[in-house]
Design a protein around this ligand. Structure first.
Ligand code: AMP
Ligand code: MG
Length: 349
């Protein structure tokens, strides 16, 4: 299959590109497009055959349900059974935005989209191009991250092309994404509502709007052997090819330990990558040192993390050592993805 790649600007949208993407989606095809979180791989969520193509193109396990993307709040009615008051409030406060709500599904949503579950995940992305494509494609677009299953999520069209060229119908290139980590997933079918995946909409932000929120405790526990509640969170996602180790502790000790480990591996003939921050980047002595962002603003770390993991894959490093981040605000999402990429391998110093 030849993958069509077209660019469009967010402000001056190329409506021919949007129309073409919409026609492919309505015809049951696959179109990758930008959102504010990561690039999504879209298919008509109400067409079981189309949704199934997503699993084949990504190599995604079929028990890992898809998030349905909508272009307005009103679209919720058709695909859900009831919308609790708290869900309405959360959507009002955070849509369009990086918040996915889990609700009871209506019969309109095929089990092929929900991985066999009676619930459906829904989100309205904060990205003009994404919403136009969703509208053009019929209003209900299943769109998991547009990467090969197991690789870091794509934050640019180039990343999508690296993984899926020749396997999907079209890539709409709308530039680099803003946030860089996937949406917060909030299960509204339990009391209190529970965060199944941390993202840019934080627990504190949600509590300010709807009150008490629980967090799936398996997410951040480095030693957890329990399966997370979101089916997809159990897989060793977001993983680079190299062995990744997160080093946690007081900053000076972390830098010393990463320098020591890197020297040790290089002496043994292995190549090493280091995930540093603006505050520490000058203190590393050896290895392929990359600065992921500044500790003064964790959102810079979120937006560069996946791109850097992909660069290490390209550089073919064998070991990656990363500093840890405080699990507060969007730092929770950063740490959760890092821990998953590391297979929960953390050194405390
Ligand atoms: P992705 O679209 O690649 O960001 O992955 C979607 C995530 O949402 C996976 O971790 C899924 O397990 C999760 N998810 C989707 N639908 C549901 C659902 N109905 N219940 C719980 N988790 C879900
Ligand atoms: Mg994904």
């Amino acid at each position: 299959m030849k993958t069509i790649i077209e660019q469009t600007d967010k402000i001056q949208m190329n409506m021919d590109t949007i129309k073409r993407a919409g026609e492919i989606l309505k015809g049951g095809g696959l179109v990758a497009f930008p959102t504010e979180t990561v690039y999504g791989l879209g298919a008509d969520a109400l067409n079981e055959q189309a949704a199934k193509k997503i699993y084949a193109a990504k190599g995604r396990p079929s028990d890992n349900p898809l998030i349905v993307h909508v272009a307005d709040r009103e679209s919720l009615e058709k695909i859900t059974q009831e919308i609790p008051k708290a869900a309405e409030l959360a959507a009002e406060a955070f849509w369009p935005g990086p918040l996915t709500l889990i609700l009871r599904k209506s019969h309109e949503v095929p089990y092929g989209t929900t991985g066999g579950l009676e619930t459906v995940a829904v989100r309205m992305p904060d990205h003009e191009i994404a919403r136009e494509i969703i509208r053009a494609g019929g209003g209900y677009i299943a769109a998991p991250s547009a990467n090969t299953s197991g690789r870091p999520s794509p934050t640019s069209a180039r990343h999508v092309q690296d993984d899926l060229d020749g396997r999907i119908d079209m890539i709409v290139d709308g530039g680099t994404v803003k946030i860089g980590v996937e949406s917060t997933i909030l299960d509204m079918t339990v009391t209190p509502p529970m965060i199944l995946r941390p993202g840019a909409v934080t627990k504190e932000m949600l509590e300010a709007v709807i009150g008490e929120i629980a967090v799936d405790q398996t997410l951040m526990d480095p030693d957890s052997k329990k399966a997370p509640k979101a089916p997809g969170m159990k897989y060793r996602h977001y993983a680079p090819a190299a062995e990744l180790v997160v080093v946690d502790g007081e900053m000076d000790a972390v830098v010393d330990e990463i320098n020591r480990l890197s020297r040790e591996k290089e002496d043994a003939g292995c190549s090493v990558g280091i995930i540093a921050t603006e505050e520490t980047v000058g203190r590393y002595r050896t290895g392929d040192i990359k600065c992921v962002g500044t500790r003064a603003d964790d959102s810079t770390v979120a937006s560069h993390l996946y791109g850097i993991l992909r660069e290490f894959d390209r550089d073919e490093v064998e070991y990656i050592y990363s500093e840890a981040f405080a699990a507060e605000g969007i730092g929770s999402a950063v740490m959760n993805r890092l821990l998953k990429a590391a297979g929960h391998h953390v050194l405390h110093v």
